[in-house]
Ligand binder design. Sequence first.
Ligand code: FAD
Length: 307
Amino acid sequence: MNKNFLDILERPEVFFELKGKSFCDKSIGNMSWLKAGGSAEYLYIPANEDDLSLILESIYEGVDLNIFGNLSNTLIRDGGLPGLSIIIPKSFSNIASMGDTKLKVGSGTSCKVISEKCLELGIGGMEFLSGIPGSLGGGIFMNAGCFGSEFKDIVVDVDFLTKNGKKIHKKNNEINFLYRKSNISRDLIITSATIQGFLKNSKQIKELIDEINSKRISSQPQGFATGGSTFRNTNDYKAWELIKRSGMSNASFGGASVSNVHNNFLINNGNASANDFEILGNMIIEKVKSELGILLDWEIQIVGKHE
Ligand SMILES: Cc1cc2nc3c(=O)[nH]c(=O)nc-3n(C[C@H](O)[C@H](O)[C@H](O)COP(=O)(O)OP(=O)(O)OC[C@H]3O[C@@H](n4cnc5c(N)ncnc54)[C@H](O)[C@@H]3O)c2cc1C
């Protein structure tokens, strides 16, 4: 049956005030970095924060809500996403200077753009962002990081909209940032954040960015669809080491396989379904558990229904 976006609006007349893009049964898996998975029942791409607030205020209570940034850490199952999915787009990417070393940044800003701005302004401590393909919002939610730095180190405070479209604000110490996760509720949407680094010579910033990028190129698969690290490292071991030691370095299922460049990256050989990725990931979890007695934890966020 053909769906109509008006069906999820408690006040249908609001539809004509919305400035963003609305879709029904929109293929969204192919927008993810894994290039696999199903459709969003309803998808909205807001034009700006007021527009996001308006759609949130207007939908029926109880409609499932999924928020995405650049979809670089997300596996959408083949049966798709019920309810309303919202992608925070690049239009949420204003960057305002708040003094020498502080920036207020919109949540749709890509991590790479933030690192480029910091290079231009001589703000150090943000170089790690240059290689993370996500948005500021996804980076904060995941406490993304690499090469010894993570979002926890740079976030001063975060602005959110609640599921009902109300603004709230939290300081860094009110968010529990853990290793590659946070305790941010799924009912909150990050709209912007203040981040802070320190004064640093631009030449040194550039050198570190170049070093980070050349390490990535030599240690990560290039030219394949992937979601980056599949599992979180444990306290004692890197996930890729455990995968290698368990004998799963060459494992594959359907169109998904373990990258031989970085064993914690799963790659799409061209026609992988989301199910191929999930089954391969679960095969790895079982093998690492049976061979080494260690339980791996998915870092990639798996959402949606099985087909
Ligand atoms: C090639 C590659 C390399 C990578 N390297 C790294 C790395 O070095 N370090 C690292 O930590 N990660 C890495 N990642 C994973 C990924 O880039 C990060 O986790 C990134 O922070 C995800 O951001 P995103 O915008 O793509 O989030 P999405 O995938 O869109 O979402 C991830 C999670 O964040 C939530 N979310 C997104 N935006 C918002 C928002 N505005 N408000 C509330 N919740 C939100 C989503 O609901 C979801 O649960 C890599 C991925 C790839 C593909």
